[in-house]
Design a binder for this molecule. Structure first.
Ligand SMILES: NC(=O)c1ccc[n+]([C@@H]2O[C@H](COP(=O)([O-])OP(=O)(O)OC[C@H]3O[C@@H](n4cnc5c(N)ncnc54)[C@H](O)[C@@H]3O)[C@@H](O)[C@H]2O)c1
Ligand SMILES: [Mg+2]
Length: 350
């Protein structure tokens, strides 16, 4: 190797090293764990496990705060041994992320029926006592945790739920086998690969230039109004889904639309919420509510919505039945907040 080449290579590797940010190395590490069962199994040795029971995550309370505890492999093995369970059950865990130091994080459900362990549904109260925590329904848990943990647990639950519901091949009827990370399942008899799925959903905040349109379904908590939402039909583009949903639910024709943001939403099943602002012509704003889909819909002024955002406390408002908006965690809230803060959302460019 010439001196020049040596310097060039060192420079190259220096820049290569410099260019690979923490985020990139983390992403590449997770990719490796998804692709390589041995690497993933090895990562479990030094990894940490979030525990669930029948899709409810384990939470611990410390003072007024809730947290989602993590357990090491050793702690998990001794827990399973204590409850007379096969440690083989750990193979049911799914990879959900890793720390910046590459500590891999897994989620394991101790209550669902397991393909790798018989009589796997462990006793919930005994487990809670042993773990000094409680398995809390996810809808409650997400409001008690910080955003990072809430997001991690919703991902974990979505993945655990998907595996639980896809244990058999829909073509051969044979049991499917998950890879170590849980990023896919394969049917051993015909090699069909199944990947975890999310349903795309559009959520649209319609404006007529000064007001925004909010609606409620009869299943919503009392008094809560949100933006219009609907599942994308197969073959539809995002734009087509927005136009169809708005026409179907409130009988209006969208003129312009603009993408805002997206969010994974685990309720009732995994959806990818795609949020948009849309405008209708100011002269064509008469709502015709589709009562098969919605209970009510109406136009709300900037002031009404801004006031509701300022006082948004689901617990008190639900009690008194006043008009209130979805909680901060929901993308609907972010979309409505953006409309209040940015006048450009009411007058989208052509
Ligand atoms: N995160 C948020 O801010 C937020 C806000 C509003 C709604 N959402 C979510 O959006 C989702 C869709 O909203 P919607 O209920 O108004 O949808 P929608 O208007 O499409 O109506 C629901 C109906 O669509 C049909 N449907 C078609 N494809 C479906 C699929 N893949 N899964 C289930 N049903 C399907 C069913 O008949 C169902 O009853 C809801 O599940 C809700 O949880 C999230
Ligand atoms: Mg809808």
């Amino acid at each position: 190797m010439s001196l020049y080449c040596g310097i060039a290579c060192r420079r190259k590797s220096f820049w290569y090293f410099r260019l690979l940010s923490t985020y990139v190395t983390k992403t590449r590490y997770l990719f490796e764990l998804k692709e390589d069962d041995d690497a993933c199994k090895k990562a479990q040795q030094t990894g940490a496990f979030y525990l669930f029971h029948s899709l409810a995550p384990l939470l611990q309370k410390s003072g007024h705060q809730y947290q989602a505890p993590r357990h090491s492999l050793l702690e998990l093995e001794s827990l399973l041994a204590k409850f007379g369970q096969d440690i083989q059950r750990i193979e049911d865990s799914v990879l959900i992320g890793c720390s910046e130091q590459h500590e891999a994080w897994f989620a394991l459900d101790l209550g669902l029926n397991s393909s790798s362990s018989i009589n796997a549904s462990l006793q919930k109260p005994e487990m809670e006592t042993e773990l000094k925590g409680s398995f809390t329904e996810l809808r409650k848990a997400v409001f008690q945790l910080n955003t990072k943990d809430a997001s991690l647990l919703t991902t974990a639950q979505a993945l655990l739920r998907w595996h639980d519901a896809h244990q058999f091949c829909s073509r051969s009827g044979q049991p499917t086998k998950k890879n170590m990370a849980g990023s896919k399942r394969v049917c051993p008899s015909n090699k069909i690969i199944y990947y975890p799925q999310m349903a795309p959903v559009v959520i649209t905040l319609v404006s007529d230039g000064t007001r925004c349109l909010l609606a409620r379904q009869s299943s919503f908590p009392k008094g809560m109004y949100s933006a219009l939402a609907g599942f994308c039909d197969i073959g539809e583009s995002l734009e087509e889904a927005v136009r169809r949903e708005v026409a179907e639910e409130v009988g209006l024709e969208v003129e312009r639309l603009q993408y805002s943001a997206s969010q994974h939403w685990p309720f009732p099943n995994s959806s990818l919420m795609i949020a948009c602002h849309a405008t209708v012509h100011p002269g064509q704003t008469e709502i015709q509510v589709n009562l098969k889909e919605l209970e009510a819909a109406g136009w709300f002024s900037h002031d009404e919505v801004a006031t509701a955002l300022r006082k948004n406390n689901p617990y008190t408002q639900q009690q008194y039945g006043t008009f209130w908006l979805p909680p901060k965690l929901a993308i609907a809230h972010q979309l409505i907040k953006e409309w209040v803060e940015k006048p450009s959302c009411s007058t989208l460019p052509a």
